[in-house]
Design a protein around this ligand. Structure first.
Ligand code: NAD
Length: 292
């Protein structure tokens, strides 16, 4: 059984980006620059944004963290995005989700210049993805594609079951795996909260991507012998024995499923690390495309 170790695969991506950034500096150019916008002080969002900023530093990218109170208005946030759109020194813009209730996520996402949409959530980016055009792939599905590539896991003709249909994970994942790509060409089934007999479907899967946000949902008896399993889930589960008072749990019951799977990504240390690697690759791509 192969552990799809996100530390190893993301290190390889980051090393390539670090090298490319060094070359830019040697040529007298500025490095890629990512702007991250954080509204409020949700613990998980703080952690995600901090690790994105830290990874920029590690690679040699520039980063700017823009913070807003959770009482911020939609107008204020949209005005800031307009500024970032017009700032020639910023290559990529990400707005950490979720946003407070008074702000429309759709309006905010649509305000980002598609050329700087490194999260790949803008309707134009999604349309381009669906049509197989050059685009920014949402970071988590992109990270999974990079993991397939790193571990050279063949996908052609295999049955992939994606559980979850969100715009940020499940839906784009299903599009990528069904696309005519080196690590695509799967027959894809996309499942969601209204799918009956889910276990019958997962038992026929060669590849499972679990992105539903229900800790330990995928059990050993739901998985075929030899399946490849990607666990996307990240849920904070209260645990008084843990130093922080909680533990991060994935959607897959690792101990049981790993007995049957041929490859499985752990949580933590799997897809989450690849998500950041995907975002960093998108930032470098945004930089390169804007230089043309
Ligand atoms: P979401 O809540 O937007 O979507 C969940 C999806 O799961 C929905 O489409 C829903 O229909 C489906 N679902 C829920 N219960 C189900 C059930 N019982 N059977 C079948 N389908 C069911 O969530 P999301 O934003 O896509 O995130 C999913 C999980 O992935 C969360 O735990 C989230 O924290 C995690 N996540 C991880 C990363 C990462 O980098 N590893 C990135 C994004 C999200």
């Amino acid at each position: 059984m192969l552990v799809l170790d996100g530390k190893i695969a993301s290190k390889a991506v980051k090393e390539t980006l670090t090298e490319a950034t060094k070359e830019l500096i040697e040529l007298g150019k500025r490095p890629p620059h990512l702007a991250a916008v954080l509204v409020g002080s949700d613990g998980a969002s703080e952690t995600y944004v901090a690790s994105k900023v830290r990874t920029c530093e590690e690679i040699g990218f520039q980063s700017t963290l823009v913070r807003f109170e959770d009482t911020t208005t939609e107008e204020e946030l949209l005005a800031k995005i307009e500024d970032l759109n017009n700032d020639n020194n910023i290559d990529g813009i990400l707005v950490q989700l979720p946003l407070p209730k008074q702000i429309s996520e759709q309006k905010v996402i649509s305000k980002i210049n598609p050329d700087k949409d490194v999260d790949g959530f803008h309707p134009i980016s999604v349309g381009r993805l669906v049509q197989g055009m050059e685009t920014f792939i949402p970071a988590t599905p992109y990270g999974i594609m990079l993991m397939l590539e790193h571990f050279k896991l063949s996908t052609k003709g295999r049955h992939a079951v994606v559980i979850g249909r969100s715009n940020i994970v499940g839906r784009p994942m299903s599009i990528l795996l069904s696309s005519n790509l080196l690590y695509g060409n799967c027959t894809v089934t996309i499942c969601h909260s209204h799918t009956p007999n889910l276990a019958d479907i997962t038992r026929s899967a060669d590849i499972i991507v679990a992105a539903l946000g229900r800790p330990g949902f995928i059990k050993e008896d739901m998985v075929k012998e030899g399946a490849i399993v990607f666990d996307v889930g990240i849920t904070r589960v209260d645990d008084t024995t843990a130093a922080k008072g909680y533990r991060i749990k994935g959607d897959v019951e690792y101990a049981g499923v790993s007995k049957k799977a041929s490859a499985i990504s752990p949580v933590p240390g799997g897809v989450g690390l690849m998500t950041i690697a995907g975002l960093m690759k998108n930032t470098m791509d945004a930089y390169n495309r804007r230089q043309k």
